[in-house]
Design a binder for this molecule. Structure first.
Ligand code: NAD
Length: 408
């Protein structure tokens, strides 16, 4: 099933639970603006998108992905998820996303810079601190945000650091951004495990994906007494019932290696990792990893989605039947965009805010978001899983804004 079809199916479920009208569902089912361009770099064409899904709550906000599989369906889905994620977090943002279809792993730095600048040349008229604000996503980073900011400011003729977040610190970025997604996910795991599993000590955890999100959350959990028994990256996984040495794994990845280079651990496949009996499985790689093909074999007691969209619609139903609790992406990985919001506020006001204060604020926001979603889940009394509970809160907020705007 294409990714956006999953969203349409979930909207149908929410329509039934919340008694929404056809008009409301139509508004939530289609993006407000889809822009496509072919970036021309050194005579080669690169398909590129910027999609604004909804901006009733504020300017669009969402990252830019560089990946060979980027397509309109994916960017549209990611822009929808940003709209619900930003709404759930209570941020003054709509949802947007961008992408360029190419393989950054086989592209040299000079070409990466040209592609980044060409992206802005094509899309700068629909970007800006009060219009639509990009950030990093898969295979984009602070340096790319720096090139994009520079190109944008050349185009518009003034400084506007709030037009993009996840920038280098020297260009107005936040020191907290690097591990913010993992930190937010870690806070949610602490709250969730206490509420659902009755403890947050000594629990067994598996982690799919060992990049920015997966590696950082592994380090935080291991330091806090969780036992990480399995991790994987795109080349395969490793397993140790007694707990993996996370510091060694981080060292392997930092020098550019793969997790299977870790000695003293059993090699497993990615498929095997997804079916291990653990207390918590963290999904921190890509979309559509748990589908009907493997959902029935999942043995984790809880799943936390740090990646966007790692579980498809049909698999959600299987996991719900199996009473496996899924903490949805729009809650679990919202730490990144919350810190982006702090960065944007500082860029706009010129104020320098104490980072310890912002760290505390992130923790508070994550805890209250978890509590709000869990309360809604309980209120729905078996009608909705945590994902639908989170969507209900977020979509009702967007619909309320649309109503005040007179759109419905
Ligand atoms: P990343 O590129 O740093 O890491 C991705 C990791 O997944 C790598 O270790 C890669 O080897 C691994 N991987 C790829 N395919 C795999 C497979 N089939 N099985 C196992 N591992 C596989 O990316 P990231 O920034 O860590 O993002 C990961 C996910 O989290 C994405 O879905 C992204 O959209 C989401 N996310 C990230 C952030 C953030 O701030 N980094 C914020 C929100 C959401």
């Amino acid at each position: 099933m294409a990714t956006f079809d999953n969203i349409i199916s979930r909207l149908a479920d929410i329509k039934a639970i919340e008694n929404l009208s056809d008009k409301e569902i139509a508004l939530l089912s289609a993006p407000k603006r889809v822009k496509y361009a072919e970036l021309d770099v050194d005579g080669k064409k690169y398909p590129a998108w910027r999609i604004l899904f909804n901006d009733a709550l504020g300017a669009g906000k969402g990252g830019i992905r560089f990946h060979p599989d980027v397509c309109e369906d994916e960017v549209k889905s990611l822009s929808f998820w940003m709209a619900v994620k930003n709404s759930l977090a209570g941020l003054p943002y709509g949802g947007a996303k961008g992408g360029v279809k190419f393989d950054p792993k086989t592209t040299d730095k000079a070409t990466m810079e040209k592609i980044s600048r060409a992206y802005i040349d094509e899309f700068y008229t629909v970007l800006g601190q009060d219009v639509d604000i990009p950030a990093p996503d898969v295979y984009t980073n602070a340096q790319i945000m720096g090139w994009m900011l520079d190109e944008f400011e050349k185009k518009v003729g003034h400084h506007e650091p709030g037009m993009i977040t996840g920038k280098p610190i020297e260009l107005g970025g936040s020191i907290l951004r690097g591990d913010a997604t993992a930190r937010g996910g870690y806070m949610v795991i602490k709250e969730m495990s206490q509420t659902i599993l009755g403890t947050n000590q000594g629990l067994k955890v598996s982690i799919q994906g060992f990049g920015n999100a997966g590696l950082n959350i592994a380090a935080m959990l291991a330091a806090d007494g969780f036992k990480i028994t399995a991790v994987s990256d795109s080349k395969g996984g490793v397993y140790n019932e007694a707990g993996l040495d996370i510091a060694q794994l981080v060292a392997v990845k930092t020098r550019g290696g793969a997790v299977q280079e870790l000695e003293s651990a059993q090699k497993i496949t990615n498929e095997e990792l997804l079916e291990l009996p653990v207390d918590i499985m963290v999904l921190a790689a890509l979309e559509n990893q748990i589908t009907v093909a493997n959902a029935s074999r999942v043995q984790a007691r809880c799943i936390v989605e740090l990646a966007n969209g790692p579980i498809d619609y049909a698999a959600d139903k299987v996991l719900f039947e199996k009473k496996i609790m899924v903490v949805p992406d729009i809650l679990a990985n919202s730490g990144g965009v919350i810190v982006s919001y702090f960065e944007w506020c500082q860029n706009r006001t010129g104020n320098i805010v104490d980072n310890d204060y912002l760290s505390e604020l992130l923790v508070k926001k994550m805890k209250s978001a978890w509590q709000e979603v869990y309360n809604k889940y309980q209120e729905k009394n078996g009608q909705a899983d945590l994902r639908l509970a989170a969507y209900i809160i977020a979509l009702n907020r967007i619909l309320a804004a649309e109503k005040y705007r007179g759109q419905i």
